[in-house]
Ligand binder design. Structure first.
Ligand code: SAM
Ligand code: SF4
Length: 329
């Protein structure tokens, strides 16, 4: 089993299969055209699968497929099927913006996808367009959520990044929506990983404030035990038994001490933290014909260097060069 120098067991992989995205969310991508990586820089499906196999053989057993937007890369369904066929991962999940889900949910489920998080940051069409910089996409995402449920991917987790002044007035609407549809809601604090640097502390709505707002609205929460120590969300149920909600508070309540994650980017870098200043290249090794044993040894030494945690709350905090869309959230 992989362990870092702080004796944290590394069991979870986030694999970004593309840096492309069909949305341009204000808290993630730039309003300006970005330079996507040239196609030859991106790992092929076979290269991604080889690294996933090696990481699985080193003891990782949970994998989340993300991006960019994972569903825009042709072949993602086959990739999931091949991941499942490795027999190394007991939990195969995906995070998506849901735009293409109506057409892909059933195939993804049949391929072996077990769990799905769908990002949804407003229930108001014009605001949704403004946040995602798209036109008329909300209906498609809502149809995607229905398709995911119909395909047997329920309960779907609905990820909401709460940004003060943008969508924090919809917290109660989201609760009502999620409870009415049987989704598990995840409110996520806004992190300083956006391309246009609109993040500042005043835009973060701390989890504690959300708990307070729900309580004041007559919706007190009861904390649930964690499924596992490194879970990013603190889980609650509504005291009236109306479903589960999670609060992900990387800014106000960092959970780095129990982190079990590494990330593989679409261009073949390992990132040992979302906020790493460095990434570690595996693509060069892969393309230079390195053996499995050599790559595994490199992964072990990279993991060993995993940071103690992020330093968002330090006065001299510097965001990483890569933004969320290029890291894989
Ligand atoms: N495109 C997919 C999606 O949006 O679900 C997957 C990739 S996206 C980078 C993964 C997750 O990161 C999404 O839930 C998104 O809302 C979240 N995210 C992006 N930028 C963020 C930021 N600055 N702070 C917090 N969460 C962010
Ligand atoms: Fe695309 Fe997801 Fe980033 Fe939005 S959050 S721009 S959907 S990668």
């Amino acid at each position: 089993m992989l362990k870092d120098k702080f004796s944290r067991h590394i069991t979870d992989l986030r694999v970004s299969v593309t840096d492309r995205c069909n949305f341009r969310c204000i808290y993630c991508r730039s309003a300006e055209p970005e330079n996507y990586q040239p196609p030859e820089s991106l790992l092929t499906w076979a290269e991604l699968l080889r690294l996933c196999r090696l990481l699985g053989q080193l003891g990782l057993h949970k994998v989340r497929v993300t991006g960019g937007e994972p569903t825009v890369r042709p072949g993602v369904e086959e990739f999931i099927a091949r991941l499942a066929a490795l027999g190394l991962y007991d939990d195969i999940a995906m995070t998506t913006n849901g735009y293409l889900l109506a057409q892909k949910a059933a195939t993804l489920k049949a391929a072996g996808l077990q769990r799905l998080n769908v990002s949804l940051d407003s229930l108001r069409p014009e605001r949704f367009d403004r946040i995602t910089r798209t036109r008329g996409a909300l209906d498609r995402v809502l149809a995607g959520l229905e398709a995911a449920q119909a395909a047997g991917l329920a309960p779907v987790k609905v990820n909401v990044v709460v940004v003060r002044g943008f969508n924090d007035d919809e917290i109660l609407d989201f609760v009502e929506f999620a409870r009415a549809h049987g989704h598990i809601l995840r409110f996520i604090e806004f992190m300083p990983l956006d391309a246009d640097h609109i993040w500042d502390r005043t835009r973060v709505v701390p989890a504690e404030e959300i708990r307070g707002r729900l309580e004041s609205a007559g919706l007190p929460l009861v904390e649930l035990p964690r499924h596992y120590a490194s879970e990013t969300a603190r889980r609650y149920r509504f005291a009236d038994d109306g479903g589960e909600i999670g609060l992900v508070a990387p800014v106000s309540e960092p959970f780095c001490g129990k982190c079990s994650r590494v990330r593989l980017t679409a261009d073949g870098k390992i990132r040992t933290c979302l906020f790493s200043q460095l990434d570690h290249d595996l693509r060069g090794l892969l393309r230079d014909g390195a053996s499995d044993a050599d790559i595994a040894a490199e992964i072990e030494s990279i993991v060993e260097m995993k940071e103690d945690g992020h330093h968002i709350n330090d006065p001299d905090y510097r965001p990483p060069n890569r933004t969320m869309v290029f890291i894989g959230g």
